[in-house]
Ligand binder design. Structure first.
Ligand SMILES: Nc1ncnc2c1ncn2[C@@H]1O[C@H](COP(=O)(O)OP(=O)(O)OP(=O)(O)O)[C@@H](O)[C@H]1O
Ligand SMILES: [Mg+2]
Length: 350
């Protein structure tokens, strides 16, 4: 399996330190736990660890622990034998088997149901596992990298995460600080992605005004690098610097006027999508626009935004207790986790 070398941009001492550890441990067969807020580059670092290891030409298999219903997780990870359960009409390999001698990336490990945590711990201890319904043991040959944007210490204290599994996974731990704590990286990232969007995605050239660059350095980037890239894309397409600036400025003002950015209250403003409200949709509905949307697309976009705002509000009201939020929204816990992931909603912690 081949993919290009992951490009990690950043000149700040913080990211340089992350890179130093990454290169130092990439070729060692130690388990690595990568932590950091949403969008800081955890998957990028995981891919870089794989790329710089002797496993580089072997598979890199990602498992999103949050996206799978808990009853499917075990068979997803370890596979199943024909006849193991109703509907198992053939033997199927799991992700560990698919990863072979490559790397298995356990993303969102903090969301792993407690039962699956015990299973995984046992597998990591024994370096072997059984397919569901199987009797022949399979050797774990893959290297294990896990990631989370949760505070695992808090999860351990709340009995939601097993401490022994945490120690197993974090032989080496790499923490990626949020973008607001390494502002030196903003301009190199802007330059890199401006070039990338223009050359690889054929987007119009991006010219940022000095005022916007100033704001970029004040803004707190709850969605980190992913949010910055989204801004650049939007800026490139709509080219309306004033509108983006007003939105960022008002987000900053809201911080100053009351809600302190160090409290959970900030989640209310974490959405990159609420920035221009619906104006961009209305602007897009212009026959001169190359991507003139259909009314259905417009409706879908609006519904998505409202849905997202409601989910954010309920999460905020429940203090990010996702089980309570799911009950309030009358959707399943897993469905909520999926939406949080899909809509890129996140609390801002500190
Ligand atoms: N230092 C960096 N240099 C270049 N690109 C970066 C950097 N950090 C993040 N990115 C880019 O930002 C986006 C988000 O990164 P990534 O998916 O690795 O974040 P993440 O921490 O896994 O987020 P999440 O917790 O939401 O899954 C990706 O497009 C990634 O390539
Ligand atoms: Mg990720």
């Amino acid at each position: 399996m081949h993919f290009p070398e992951p490009v990690i941009i950043g000149t700040s001492p913080a990211i340089q330190k992350v890179l130093q550890v990454t290169y130092k441990v990439s070729n060692l067969d130690l388990n690595v736990l990568i932590t950091g807020e949403s969008g800081v580059g955890k998957e990028l670092i995981a891919r870089s660890l794989h790329y710089h290891s002797h496993r580089r030409n072997r598979p890199f298999v990602k498992v999103n622990s949050a996206a799978l219903p808990s009853e499917l997780l075990e068979s997803e990870l370890f596979g199943y034998e024909k006849g193991a359960f109703t509907g198992a009409d053939r033997t199927k390999s799991g992700k560990f088997e698919m990863a072979k001698e490559g790397t298995i990336f356990l993303d969102e490990i903090g969301e792993l149901p407690i039962y699956t945590q015990s299973k995984l711990l046992q597998v990591l201890q024994d370096r072997e596992y059984y397919r569901v319904g199987g009797h022949a043991s399979q050797e774990v040959k893959a290297r294990i990298i896990a990631a989370t944007n949760q505070d695992l210490d808090a999860e351990i204290n709340g009995n939601n995460f097993r401490a022994d599994l945490y120690y197993r996974l974090s032989t080496i731990s790499i923490h990626i600080p949020p973008l607001r704590d390494r502002k030196e990286d903003i301009m190199p990232l802007v330059e890199h992605f401006s070039k990338y969007l223009q050359q690889e995605k054929n987007l119009p050239e991006i010219n940022l005004s000095p005022e916007l660059i100033g704001l970029f350095h004040e803004y707190h980037w709850p969605g980190n690098v992913r949010e910055l890239v989204n801004y650049l894309q939007r800026h490139s397409v709509f080219g309306n610097s004033q509108e983006i600036m007003d939105a960022m400025q008002s987000s900053l003002n809201r911080d100053v006027d009351g809600s302190n950015r160090n409290t959970g209250e900030e989640a209310e403003q974490t959405s990159g999508d609420d920035l221009v409200e619906y104006q961009d949709i209305i602007d897009g509905f212009d026959p001169d626009n190359d991507h003139f949307p259909s009314l259905k697309e417009v409706r879908d976009q609006v519904v998505k935004r409202v849905e997202r705002d409601v989910i954010e509000k309920v999460l905020l009201d429940s203090n990010w207790n996702r089980k309570a939020a799911a009950r309030a929204l009358k959707i399943s816990y897993r469905a909520l986790l999926y939406k949080i992931k899909e809509m890129d909603i996140h609390p801002t912690k500190h």
